[in-house]
Design a protein around this ligand. Structure first.
Ligand code: SAM
Length: 281
């Protein structure tokens, strides 16, 4: 029996065709078949690179049924590549069910990384990148969108959203209402393309800027939101800090207990002093 083939998850450019990798080109040329979200769209891409591998459609509506056929082909020794219309498959694109089924069948799935709009946006936005949350597309209806945003209002990570251009203004206005006018945000539009724009401003300003220029409501866009920060003076003390403070207050006057607790915990002395006064009262 032939050795099983592999499923390659291949990233393609998000605009600039130079962003295809050498490895992606080799694999797309070598596999037996390429599963693509939109075969007409992808035919142009692979023809551009002189690749003649046959394409089959893999979209949200046929993905599960197709996965069975792909598993059979892999078991027969053929290798298959999955691509989406742009960027990395599975990132707000089809592919999850296919990857799941192929892995469940004990077959090998190989990532072939490359362009991804959310990573490109984050890499150039100038917002904290040590912790971030990719939120994909918001619900289209305003009630669902508000509920989703409210759940994220006090998230301490940079938030990354994809958005359709005709919903961009509504979404940024909703973000302004939920996250506050002053929260820093970045619009990353048409990345890697001619009209690439990366514009950062507080949310109220960003919404006004988008409203004033209809060009900003065209093309492909991502919105990034700076992490929520606890307002000054709203520091609450955790249970361990309070336990230390209470233990010190048994032996020491308020001022000394607060100073020592600050040294031990790193919490501001004044905050501990106020807390110690309240506990003694
Ligand atoms: N799989 C893709 C990826 O890896 O980024 C995302 C596919 S999703 C269907 C398409 C959305 O990604 C667009 O609506 C937009 O929000 C974002 N996007 C794709 N290309 C972009 C670009 N060049 N600039 C900014 N955002 C882009």
């Amino acid at each position: 029996m032939a050795a099983a083939g592999q499923l390659y998850i291949v990233a393609t450019p998000i605009g600039n065709l130079e962003d295809i990798t050498a490895r992606a080109l080799r694999i797309l040329a070598e596999v037996a078949v390429i599963a693509a979200e939109d075969t007409r769209h992808s035919a142009k891409l692979i023809q551009h690179f002189g690749i003649n591998t046959p394409l089959i459609a893999c979209h949200d509506h046929n993905e599960r049924a197709l996965a069975e056929r792909i598993v059979t082909r892999l078991q027969a020794g053929e290798s298959v590549a999955l691509i989406s219309d742009a960027g990395t498959p599975l990132i707000s694109d089809p592919g999850y069910h296919l990857v799941r089924q192929v892995r469940d069948a004990g077959l090998v799935v190989v990532p072939v990384p490359g362009a991804c709009a959310m990573v490109a946006a984050l890499s150039a936005a100038g917002l904290p990148s040590d912790r971030f949350a990719f939120e994909g597309f918001l619900p289209a209806k305003s009630a669902g969108r508000l509920a989703r945003l409210q759940g994220l209002a006090e998230d301490e990570r940079t938030l990354i959203f994809y958005e359709a251009p005709h919903r961009l203004l509504d979404s940024v206005q909703a973000m302004c209402a939920v996250f506050g006018a002053e929260r820093q945000a970045v619009l990353a539009r048409e990345l890697t393309k001619t009209f690439e724009t990366i514009h950062g401003a507080p949310l109220a300003e960003l919404a006004a800027w988008i409203a004033a220029d209809s060009n900003q409501q065209r093309g492909e866009c991502a919105v990034l939101i700076a992490p929520w920060q606890k307002p000054e003076g709203d520091e609450s003390l955790d249970a361990a800090t309070l336990a230390i403070l209470d233990a010190l207050l048994v032996e020491l006057p308020v001022k000394k207990a607060a100073a020592l607790a600050a040294q031990i915990t790193g919490v501001r002395k004044n905050l501990l002093y106020q807390q110690a006064l309240a506990r003694k009262a």
